[in-house]
Structure formats: structure tokens, C-alpha cells
Unconditional design. Structure first.
Lengths: 140, 140
DNA sequence: TAGTTTAGTTAACTTTGTTAAGTATTATGT
DNA sequence: ACATAATACTTAACAAAGTTAACTAAACTA
């Protein structure tokens, strides 16, 4: 690694440590980060299935199945067997689930706010642009 | 959240998902990311103790104790009771441990390389600078 | 219509974290 | 000097969240 790469490596190490350390903090409304992420995914998508969530988060369907069971038992989501193809379950948030998503300042939101506090508007734009460019390359 | 914050939020979401999904991949030499991170911390520091590692990674001392036991049993690190204060254990890598750290391209290293491929040198510098600034604010 | 594929579930297990209580060692206040 | 407190670490019992493998039920297909 050359100098610029090493510098980037260091700050990225910091960021990674921070993300890992803070991910499962908070437990807003008794909901863990994993639950929150799944609920958010359901909220933002349309006709979301378990399989899709498993692929999005890159974990096994079995794991998602367990989480969805928990969320259903706790009345945060509803699972309704699709009438078109009864192998699928349409997932939607309950009122309570929607309330949590709407009213929780999550981890990323708090980072975003801190970002706009510590950087100028132009800096934030540049950072967003560069991160976006980076992510494009990384995800290949 | 305003527009710039929302944009940042989106790309940060991407980044976070990626980090979480890819963290425990690889298992280079049969060593998980957690083991790797601890070993790297021991390697880079001097007179590292279990307590320090626990604080650095923000997990309990008990968890670190278990990981250190595993690493010692697998001859990746050595724990030697300090002669100055016998409550402490000086941690060092074994030859095998050092070999692994020296010869593994870890997750962050591969990101750094992709970063320098997808961005110009100036862009990478700017990104590093802005991320650094952000991290300063975030860690308060 | 028999065989295959797909979505999801369940069971048994692993990893990695937690808290609480314990040991051994060192520091401290009277 | 010595009881008490603090520190570094370990152990045990447990919890959360993931894994694989085997299963059900539904839909596709040749």
C-alpha cells in the first residue's frame, strides 16, 4: 500500500471499529439494530419477501425466518400469505412498527446529523459523492 | 434531515450494510475477523493488555479473555505474566501469528486498494481528510 | 401427473457476546 | 502495618443471532 492508501486505511479502520461498536447500541423501543434494519427494509420496499431480505442482508433464510417470527409475535410486522402465489408471504409493518420507524433516530441518522455539523455543506456534498463513487467500485 | 443529510444517509447506509455483510468473510488461515483484529491490535501496539483491547473494541473483558484463551491455545499469541505487576499479562504474537498478519490481505486493505482504483489521488486524499474530520466529531 | 424447483420453517448446533461471582495481585488510608 | 478497596483477569451460566440440514407446502415443467 502506498501513502494515500495507508492514510485511507487508517481512517477507514476507525470508521469500521465505530460502526461495529455502535451498531447494536440504543435498542430503541426494545428493538435491536437487526430488527430495525429488517423493519426499515420492509417499510421502504413494496411486496417484500423473506427471501429478498435474506439476500439484501446476506444472511440465511433460516435466520430471517426466525427474526420475522419474532417481529410478528411482537406485533411489529404482519405476514400475510400471498393470494397470487401462496409460497410467498407479503410483509407489512403494523401501526406500532411504522411508529417505531417514523419516530426513531437511528444510528445512521445520528451520524448524518453529526456529519452535517462537522462539515460544511460543500464538504458534505463532496464526501457523499466520493463515498458513492467508492461504493460503486467496492460492490462489484 | 435536509437534502444533503439524506444523500449522505443513503450512501452511508450502503457502506454500513457492506461492512456488516463482509466483515466476517474470508476467514483467512482459519482466523475470524475478530481474531484478526485482536492480533493486529497486539501486533501494532506495545505492552498490550486484555483490558486495553476490551476498551478499544468496546466489548467486555470476559469476551476478550475467551478470545485470548482461544488464540493462545491455537498458538497464535503468547500470554506472559508481567514481572512488574503480576495482574497483567504481556501479549505478543507467535511466529505463526505474525505470519498471518503479515501475509493476509484483510478486509480494510482490500477496500483501500479498491478506493485507490476508483478514485484519483486527489479524490482519495480529500475523502480521507473528510472522513477523518467526520470521525473526530462522531467519536465525541 | 410425476419430478423438480421455490419459499419458508424447524431443529440442532456454533460463535460470540453478556453479567455476576470468583481469584490473585497491588494500592491506599488511618 | 494492615484492613479495605481497586485492578486485571477468569470462569460459569446464559442470550442473541447466525449456520446447515432436513422438512412442508406450493407452483412449475416436461
Amino acid at each position: 500500500m502506498n501513502k494515500s492508501e495507508t492514510d485511507f486505511y487508517q481512517v477507514f479502520t476507525d470508521l469500521q471499529c465505530f460502526i461495529l461498536a455502535n451498531m447494536n447500541r440504543g435498542n430503541i423501543h426494545g428493538v435491536t439494530a437487526t430488527h430495525y434494519n429488517i423493519m426499515e427494509y420492509i417499510y421502504r420496499g413494496r411486496q417484500v419477501t423473506g427471501k429478498q431480505i435474506a439476500e439484501a442482508f446476506q444472511i440465511s433464510q433460516a435466520a430471517i425466518s426466525k427474526q420475522l417470527k419474532f417481529l410478528t409475535e411482537n406485533r411489529l410486522i404482519k405476514q400475510q400469505q400471498s393470494t397470487i402465489d401462496r409460497r410467498f408471504f407479503d410483509l407489512t409493518l403494523t401501526d406500532q412498527g411504522r411508529y417505531i420507524i417514523d419516530n426513531s433516530e437511528n444510528f445512521r441518522e445520528s451520524i448524518a446529523k453529526k456529519a452535517s455539523r462537522s462539515l460544511t455543506k460543500d464538504e458534505l456534498k463532496t464526501l457523499t459523492l466520493l463515498l458513492h463513487k467508492l461504493m460503486q467500485q467496492i460492490k462489484e
